[in-house]
Design a protein around this ligand. Structure first.
Ligand SMILES: Nc1nc2c([nH]c(=O)n2[C@H]2C[C@H](O)[C@@H](COP(=O)(O)OP(=O)(O)OP(=O)(O)O)O2)c(=O)[nH]1
Length: 134
C-alpha cells in the first residue's frame, strides 16, 4: 500500500490547542491538525514550518514529538508525526481551511476529527492535564 508521510502541528497556547476544519477533498468538513506532506529533502521541522506558513500565514516553533500515528485509510497508509508547537509570530489567516477553533480539554471531543486523529486525542488530553497540575 502507498505510504503517505505527513507532519502535523498540535499548536498549544495556555490550556488550549488549535484545530482546523478541512476545506477541500474527500475528507472535507472533518477536523484535523494543520500540516501536510513532507517534500523530498526537507526535515520534519522544515516541512511543518513551511506547511503552517502556507496554510495559516504564521511562524511556529516546533517542540517535542507527541506521537507518530500509523493509520490505514482504504487507499493509503498514513504515517503522521505530530509535534507540540507554539506560535512565534503572526495572527492566523485561514488560507485553505473552512474554520478553526481553540479547544480546551473539555471540548477536545466535540469536533468530528479525521479518523486517524482519534488516538492522538487521548495523548493531547494528558498533555492538557499536565498543565492543570503544573
Ligand atoms: N494535516 C493533517 N493531515 C491529516 C490529519 N489526519 C489525517 O488523517 N490526515 C491525512 C489527510 C491527508 O490524506 C494527509 C495530509 O495531506 P495534505 O494535508 O497534504 O492533504 P491532501 O491529501 O489534501 O494533499 P494535497 O492534495 O494538498 O497534496 O493526511 C491531520 O490531523 N492533519
Amino acid at each position: 500500500m502507498r505510504i503517505v508521510n505527513v507532519v502535523a502541528a498540535v499548536i498549544k497556547e495556555g490550556n488550549k490547542i488549535f484545530a482546523t476544519q478541512r476545506g477541500y477533498g474527500e475528507l472535507k468538513g472533518c477536523w484535523e491538525f494543520p500540516g501536510g506532506k513532507i517534500e523530498s529533502g526537507e526535515t520534519l521541522e522544515e516541512a511543518l514550518k513551511r506547511e503552517i506558513k502556507e496554510e495559516l500565514d504564521i511562524i511556529i516553533e516546533v517542540g517535542e514529538l507527541l506521537d507518530t500515528i500509523e493509520y490505514d485509510y482504504p487507499t493509503f497508509h498514513l504515517s503522521m508525526s505530530c509535534f507540540v508547537c507554539k506560535i512565534v509570530s503572526g495572527s492566523y489567516v485561514l488560507k485553505e481551511h473552512y474554520d478553526a477553533k481553540w479547544l480546551t480539554k473539555n471540548e477536545l471531543r466535540d469536533v468530528d476529527w479525521l479518523p486517524a486523529d482519534i488516538e492522538l486525542i487521548d495523548k493531547i488530553d494528558i498533555l492538557l492535564n499536565e498543565d492543570v497540575l503544573s
